[in-house]
Design a protein around this ligand. Structure first.
Ligand SMILES: NC(=O)c1ccc[n+]([C@@H]2O[C@H](COP(=O)([O-])OP(=O)(O)OC[C@H]3O[C@@H](n4cnc5c(N)ncnc54)[C@H](OP(=O)(O)O)[C@@H]3O)[C@@H](O)[C@H]2O)c1
Length: 204
């Protein structure tokens, strides 16, 4: 597979939400074209317009979630835990072998009306392992971005001097290499927007 280029698009499923929108504007400001996904194509387009207003130099396109996934080799999944499984089930025909799926889901107890400060146990071991189980064969899954605040991402003046932990299991070398490739690409964000420091480690 050809190494990723800084101009390769990234799709964000759930980009109308807090984290997805923040990632969209930050990555776009670093020069990455963003395919914005929503359950409703009209909301995807409206979100693309909102993102363009925030970052006029950015390249945004609005889609339904499947359309966004078709438009990029790297896909960020940014939906609430209670909707992660349903969203991946709906995308099983859109995701394709070779894509990198970056799952940002945090299994907060708020998903079942519990406290947002508590985590839920996930039968598979973690939200990322649930994503791995549900993603079609050949899609590389890594888990990242859980500790990055949406508010900080959306505040384009925030220096974001933070570590982002990247975990992956399937085809360890590939997943880590894949995440590393993207980390290199997103280092544009690090250099232009902030000092994002990436570390890669296997999930187990
Ligand atoms: N917020 C943060 O600071 C932050 C930080 C790190 C990690 N995270 C994690 O990132 C994920 C996204 O967080 P968020 O705060 O961005 O969530 P959010 O704003 O509540 O939702 C994100 C998007 O998920 C989509 N979605 C899909 N199915 C849905 C359903 N059945 N009901 C409602 N929305 C649905 C919605 O997009 P459409 O309606 O357009 O489809 C929504 O805009 C979560 O797993 C969270 O734990 C969040």
């Amino acid at each position: 597979m050809a190494p990723p280029s800084p101009t390769d698009p990234v799709a964000i499923v759930g980009a109308s939400g807090a984290l997805g929108f923040g990632l969209a504007v930050r990555l776009a400001r670093a020069g990455v074209p963003i395919a914005i996904g929503s359950r409703k194509a009209a909301r995807g387009q409206e979100t693309a317009e909102r993102a363009t207003a925030a970052v006029p130099s950015g390249s945004f396109s609005g889609h339904d979630n499947a359309g966004a996934v078709h438009a990029a080799d790297t896909v960020i999944l940014s939906v609430p835990f209670r909707n992660q499984s349903e969203t991946l089930a709906n995308l099983k025909d859109a995701l394709r072998p070779g894509q990198l799926l970056i799952d940002a889901t945090v299994p907060l107890a708020a998903a079942v009306s519990g406290k947002a400060t508590r985590m839920l146990g996930v039968w598979q071991g973690s939200a990322a392992q649930q994503a791995l189980e549900m993603a079609p064969e050949g899609v590389r899954v890594v888990s990242a971005l859980h500790t990055v605040s949406a508010a900080s991402l959306c505040d384009l003046d925030d220096p974001l001097d933070q570590d982002v932990l990247v975990c992956g299991k399937r085809a360890r070398g590939q997943a880590r290499g894949g995440a590393g490739d993207r980390a290199d690409r997103w280092s544009a964000l690090r250099w232009t927007a902030a000092a994002w420091r990436w570390r890669a480690s296997p999930s187990r």
